[in-house]
Design a protein around this ligand. Structure first.
Ligand code: 4AD
Ligand code: MG
Length: 464
């Protein structure tokens, strides 16, 4: 009997001496003078390949072997054997090989030599066949599953918040407009401006920057909830850490104040990292070859207690540290990546949770402290990436919320539904947002967000 198995399964010892069938994509082929060819096959189920030994005695050896080039897809049958070679448990002694889809070696873009990440971005449809992007994809999958397991294990309800929205959660005006208006012939109002009341929804609408405001409504009713979906920001900042489309995980917890919110964020991040360390060991060890401090750093984060520090104390550390920053530090500024990285990488050498930020630099929904000048915001900072999580305790007092909305020149009417949560059964509640790609950058050590997204969208780039 022939058993159909994956490359990952074939690399273990479970099926030794069985007649097996494998299919996948050829990475390399080497012909030896001793009457064999060696084919390295990968099917995406693991980083490592399985070696298939093709004897020249196979009846159609000459035709088969010429067509088995890098990138081609094949179906191989044979006996799985314990391998005498170093670095592999098993190998397949082929009894038959079928070419499924050929790949012209002269033009196949993925040659055996290593390619730069920049080059691979230009062939995003093929790059998943490389070690790096296969590993990123598997880790992204494991992290996503781990996110759901963490929240489900802790009694959270998964809520699907809308992608199209009429409100700007972060108040930063970085929204992509959603419209069906004909750009060449838009309806106009009496002042000659485009009349969005004639648009599809009868008003302006946008792609969401965050599911938070919507998920808060479910929190005030279900208690512990989370949303996990794509979010969009028309930030024109061409950095290695910002994408126009990214995935965010946003839990929201009722009857929860800021310190407990920090506990949740810390436990959550540690769980994701420790799940990847155990479940994707081979892929993580691969990334550890590029950055030999990676596994140590991840283990350290899982074992450490995150430093907790107010924004005010952080500013005073930065002012006194004697370092020349590009952007000068003073109380009230929005901390830049260079400041965040100094704190987490050099000063504390550990993840840091900064909290109690100036009210002037944070959105309207954050709870005002009794000092009147700071809000109960928190950012989790990690080495190399900087801000990985942003969150806060929410303002649950109606009068203060409305004062903050006026201060930030929001149209109070439009947020009436949000204010209702404070009118009927208001409760302290808190939440945060983890950027999935920032988490993946931290876990893999990959420095550019474009390389942890399957199809990155950044200013000027929307291919595929
Ligand atoms: O700090 P942010 O803007 O917070 C919020 O959106 C809140 N509504 C979250 C909440 O309290 N429910 O974004 C949260 C996280 C950041 O810490 C960062 O990890 C990620 O989202 N992020 C981005 N990731 C990639 N590209 C961008 N342009 C990002 N902007 C934010
Ligand atoms: Mg933030």
């Amino acid at each position: 009997m022939t058993i159909k198995i994956s490359v990952a399964a074939a690399r273990g010892v479970e099926f030794i001496d069985s007649q097996v069938q494998l299919s996948g994509w050829v990475r390399t082929r080497r012909d030896s003078k001793a009457g064999f060819s060696f084919v390295e096959l990968n099917d995406g189920t693991s980083l490592g390949n399985i070696q298939i030994i093709v004897p020249q005695s196979l009846p159609d050896y000459e035709t088969i072997i010429k067509s088995i080039t890098p990138g081609s897809s094949i179906l191989a049958e044979g006996v799985l054997k314990a391998s005498p070679a170093k670095g592999q448990n098993t190998e397949v002694e082929a009894t038959s090989i079928k070419l499924i889809g050929g790949s012209d070696a002269a033009v196949y873009p993925l040659q055996k030599k290593g390619h730069s990440l920049e080059f691979l971005r230009s062939i995003a449809h093929l790059r998943v066949r490389t070690n790096t992007f296969g590993a990123v994809a598997r880790i992204r999958n494991t992290v996503s599953y781990s996110i759901h397991r963490f929240f489900q294990d802790n009694g959270f309800i998964y809520v699907h918040t809308p992608i199209i929205t009429a409100s700007d959660c972060e108040g930063a005006g970085q929204m992509f407009r959603v419209t069906t208006i004909d750009a060449n012939n838009p309806p106009r109002d009496a002042d000659g401006k485009i009349d969005y009341s004639k648009d599809f929804f009868g008003k302006s609408s946008y792609l969401t920057v965050s599911g938070q405001l919507n998920v808060e409504t479910y929190c005030i009713g279900l208690g512990k909830v989370y949303t996990f979906g794509p979010t969009f920001r028309a930030e024109n900042s061409n950095t290695s850490r910002h994408a126009a489309e990214f995935w965010m995980i946003e839990p929201e917890i009722a009857f929860c104040e800021l310190p407990e919110n920090m506990d949740w964020a810390e436990r959550f991040l540690k769980r994701l990292i420790s799940d990847v360390l155990t479940e994707r060991r081979e892929d993580i060890e691969f990334f550890n070859k590029t950055d030999s401090t990676l596994i140590d750093t991840l283990n350290h984060v899982v074992a450490s207690n995150f430093v907790r520090l107010t924004y005010t104390d952080a500013v005073s550390i930065l002012e006194k540290c004697g370092r020349k920053f590009d952007y000068q530090v003073s109380w009230g500024i929005d901390l830049q990546s260079e400041h965040e990285r100094y704190l987490t990488e050099e000063h504390f050498k550990s993840p840091v949770i900064l909290y109690d930020y100036p009210r002037t630099i944070k959105p309207f929904y954050m709870r005002l402290n009794s000092d009147g000048r700071t809000v109960r915001a928190m950012d989790v900072l990690v080495p190399k990436v900087g801000e990985i999580i942003g969150g806060s305790e929410r303002e649950y007092r109606l009068d203060v919320l409305e004062e903050r909305m006026r201060e930030q020149k929001l149209e109070i009417e439009a947020y009436n539904w949000y204010a209702d949560l404070r009118r009927y059964g208001t409760a302290p509640h808190s939440g945060f947002g983890l950027g999935l790609e920032r988490a993946l950058m931290f876990i893999t050590g990959i420095a550019n967000i474009r390389d942890v997204l399957p199809f990155p969208r950044t200013p000027g780039n929307c291919d595929y």
